[in-house]
Design a binder for this molecule. Structure first.
Ligand SMILES: [Zn+2]
Length: 452
């Protein structure tokens, strides 16, 4: 067993997410293997109360530091990290001049492998311990990302990007060697990759139609059939990001009630289905999200950067569907969870076309940890693994934060009168400099990393 003594943040799953944080100014976190050998939280609470129960246990004392659950990024594009911050005259020139040429490079296994190393190291450096990520339409990109995540024992979910039309030829799914067409081959490749990686260590497979306009009806139908055959697998796609995209999707699938309903009509809405953006919804769309158990990945820095619009928190709460935060790099402007949480606050405040509200710091943090885990179906329900929290039984992924990381942060956090002030100072002023250490739980299948 291992133990850490520091300030501690975790979340009460039964509480209102706006005020669900549980904080220990001087806490103890005890880690150890569960019955299967995976490293989980064994005990957590106030140092004074817990310490007498563990005489002789070696404790790493970290005064002045805050231990918090590892962050969860619900939507990020692995092949777009290198084009983050590319100047362009809107979305289409950005795709044509920067994103598409970069994504084409991932056909190469060697290029994909090198990029996967950098991508995951960058996530971890920013405190992100779980991610639902897009790869490209090249199987090599998926293999490389899974292999690199497995090496780090990181909880990562990805899948082959399904796009059999309306994109440059080099980015479309390819026909198979035995005469199968691109659509059929993309579904065969998806199932092969799913069977190879789903549930291996901490990895999960996501059936990944890029978005309805780049997928034929046959491809969406096949994806829905896969989703029905493999209920433990995830589904990820995009929906209702901007008005042009919605009009395009509607013209291609006019028989569906709405853009979102297109996915439902092809069997692509259920628990563990995650849709990025979800901005321009009506009440029926929100009810559909709730009824199917699908979740929204909110991408505030991307939505602000591209001028896509503002997610409507109040209506989402009213409809009761699940959601969590995401960077959406490279449309998003930062991998940092602090920047994303600040972006979410700005999105919440915006009062054009919806109620402007002030999301509490605890609610912002919850959306990137325990709330995101709930949205992904990784919150321990029905015997599933739990991440995004530090309750007993949760996988032991956590970050060690330094609230004194910069001169201004040190001054501001020293003056914090309560937990909300401390968390909001970190959200507004924080970035990768705050993340002193990111610790990943060892899974039962982990190879020993050497003497420790
Ligand atoms: Zn995206």
């Amino acid at each position: 067993m291992k133990a850490y003594r520091a300030a501690l943040l975790r979340f009460d799953p039964a509480a209102d997410p706006r005020q669900a944080a549980v904080y220990e100014a001087d806490g103890l976190l005890v880690l150890g293997p569960d019955a299967s050998g995976a490293e989980v939280v064994q005990d957590v609470g106030a140092w004074a109360a817990l310490a007498p129960r563990y005489p002789g246990l070696a404790v790493e004392h970290l005064p002045g530091r805050l231990i918090a659950p590892g962050f969860i990024d619900m939507h990020v594009h692995f092949p777009q990290l290198n084009v983050i911050g590319s100047p362009a005259d809107g979305l289409l020139p950005w795709l044509e001049n920067h994103t598409f040429p970069e994504e084409q490079r991932f056909e190469s296994p060697a290029y994909s492998a090198a990029e996967a190393e950098f991508f995951l190291d960058e996530l971890l450096r920013h405190g992100v311990t779980t991610a639902l990520a897009f790869a490209t339409s090249h199987p090599a990109s998926v293999q490389a990302l899974f292999a690199a995540a497995q090496q780090r024992d990181m909880r990562l979910i990805t899948g082959l990007c399904l796009m059999d039309r309306h994109a440059p030829a080099a980015l479309l799914n390819r026909a198979g060697p035995a005469g199968t067409d691109a659509t059929e081959q993309s579904l065969i490749d998806s199932e092969t990759l799913l069977q190879q990686w789903q549930g291996v260590g901490r990895l999960g497979y996501a059936i990944t139609p890029r978005f309805a306009p780049t997928c034929s009806a046959a491809q969406l139908r096949g994806a829905g059939e896969l989703a029905a055959r493999y209920p433990q697998a995830w589904i990820q796609s995009h929906v209702a990001e901007n008005h042009d995209e919605i009009a395009w999707a509607r013209s291609l699938f006019p028989q569906s009630r709405s853009y979102l309903a297109t996915y439902a009509d092809f069997g692509l809405m259920r628990e563990r289905a995650v849709y990025a953006h979800c901005i321009h919804f009506d009440a029926e769309d929100r009810a559909l999200m709730h009824a199917t158990g699908a979740a929204a990945a909110l991408c505030p820095t991307s939505n602000l950067f591209l001028g896509s619009g503002f997610f409507d928190y109040a209506s989402a709460e009213q409809a009761g569907f699940r959601y969590g935060l995401a960077s959406d790099v490279g449309g998003g402007t930062s991998v940092s969870p602090f920047h994303t949480m600040l972006g979410a606050y700005v999105v919440g405040r915006n009062g054009r076309g919806k109620a402007g509200l002030s999301l509490t710091p605890q609610h912002l943090w919850w959306q990137h940890t325990a709330g995101a885990a709930q949205a992904l179906g990784l919150d321990g329900r029905s015997g599933r693994p739990a991440v995004g929290n530090l309750l007993p039984g949760c996988e032991a992924d956590f970050v060690l934060l330094n609230p004194q990381a910069t001169p201004l942060l040190a001054r501001r956090t020293a003056r914090a009168a309560n937990l909300d002030e401390l968390l909001f100072a970190l959200i507004v002023l924080g970035d990768d400099r705050v993340v002193e250490r990111t610790v990943i739980a060892r899974s039962a299948s982990a190879r020993p990393l050497g003497p420790s």
